[in-house]
Design a protein around this ligand. Structure first.
Ligand code: UDP
Length: 377
């Protein structure tokens, strides 16, 4: 590793950094150094086999690949095949299991009704008319205007408080856009044109992206330990935390992180689905993942299964997962982004670098677009 004549330094080996590394190495045929402070590549998409059961699992929570973007789909298919998994989520509320996203099945079982799709609007209207909200100002009001208070309080309020540790009225409306709502029986979580789980997991994709004689990888190397040694000529592509790059000079951005508690169960199937949400605030975890279900094509052991309870907590600066996109944080992030523009030879991106709630396909799309700019540098 010679930092003196380095043209491209990529910080972070998640999708943003790895896709750009691959493009520079293959298309430009230039040398690139990619570093990560963790002991593995893949960022939060990293996946591995459980040594005891052989079940492949996503270390940082279930990741479903989905996209309607042809360019992204064609690109990722050079590095993996996908299985036929289609994401479905269920939610447990007061010991009963419901469809999530909220659809007609959820509404009918929750209210013990048998509404037809064309009756849903009038039914919800009567629920919503009990409220005095005209123009929704925040997450809570938007949700109530969409589904009425009883469904909101059952399936959204407690879960959201656990996930963000904030009152839903202090959260932005934009989070609600992630949550589908259906007035029919469709139970697909995503409507993307393409969807699936990489047949051999995510880590294999990253191995293939980075397997190139032009790419040098250095793991367990913290960018901030070498920052001072980097010359002005090096183009730095940084996908770490936005605020950290600037040494928090305008203040700290808020992040959420997750803890996973793994349990091995001596049964074939513990919950019948890959992701089960738990709606009530009193249940400390937000969801339970059972990765066996992500690979219906594999012949896993029938003796055992593994599950992961997911707990949300504030990030102490080490393992950020989610930006807290409320007004205060959004403004602070915008200030840092302006600062980034002033620096020559610096490109910031990815979920952490953009302080944006990106899914994998959005990160890849953004990396491919950024590469077009890098070509011009
Ligand atoms: N959400 C909820 N109830 C659920 C699932 C999600 O209220 O059962 C809300 C919650 O505010 C959450 C947001 O929808 O933060 C986005 O959920 P998503 O499942 O997209 O989160 P991710 O998979 O990115 O962690």
């Amino acid at each position: 590793m010679n930092l003196n004549d380095l043209k491209y330094l990529i910080v972070g080996a998640g999708f943003f950094g790895s896709v750009i590394a691959e493009r520079i190495a293959n298309e430009l045929n230039r040398k690139v150094l990619i570093i990560d402070k963790r002991n593995h590549i893949g960022g939060n998409c990293y996946s591995e086999n459980d040594s005891d059961t052989g079940i492949h699992y996503h270390k940082y929570g279930t990741h479903i690949f989905h996209t309607s973007n042809q360019k992204v789909w064609d690109y990722i298919n050079q590095f993996t095949e996908f299985n036929s998994y289609r994401h479905q989520v269920l939610s447990t509320y007061k010991n009963k299991v419901y469809q999530m996203p909220i659809n007609l099945k959820t509404i009918n079982s929750f209210y013990n009704l048998n509404l037809k799709p064309f009756e849903v609007n009038d039914f919800l209207k009567s629920e919503i008319s009990k409220e005095k909200i005209s123009e929704p100002k925040n997450f809570e009001e938007s949700a109530i205007l969409l589904i009425g208070r009883p469904l909101y309080e059952a399936f959204i309020k407690g879960y959201t408080k656990k996930q963000w540790q904030k009152e839903p009225k202090n959260l932005p409306k934009s989070i609600l856009k992630r949550l589908p709502f259906r007035k029919n029986y469709n139970d697909s979580y995503y409507f993307s044109k393409w969807q699936g789980i990489p047949l051999n997991g995510y880590t294999e994709i990253f191995n293939k992206l980075l397997n190139n004689k032009n790419i040098e990888q250095k793991l367990e190397l913290d960018f901030f330990d070498i920052k001072d040694k980097i010359t002005k000529e090096t183009i730095v592509i940084y996908s770490g935390q936005l605020d950290k790059y600037f040494d928090y000079k305008f203040g700290k951005l808020e992040w959420r992180t997750l803890d996973f508690v793994k349990k091995t169960m001596q049964v074939d199937d513990n919950q019948g689905t890959a992701v089960m949400n738990f709606a009530e605030e009193e249940i400390p975890y937000t969801r339970i993942h059972e990765p066996k279900h992500l690979h219906p094509e594999k012949n896993y052991t029938k003796e055992k299964t593994i599950v992961f309870e997911e707990y949300s907590k504030p990030d102490d600066g080490n393992e950020p997962y989610y930006p807290v996109n409320d007004e205060k944080n959004k403004q602070l992030a915008a200030k840092y982004k302006e600062e980034a523009k002033k620096e020559k030879n610096l490109i910031i991106g990815g979920r952490l670098g953009h302080y944006s709630y990106y899914d994998m396909h959005q990160t890849i799309e953004s990396a491919l677009n950024v590469f077009e700019q890098i070509k011009k540098l």
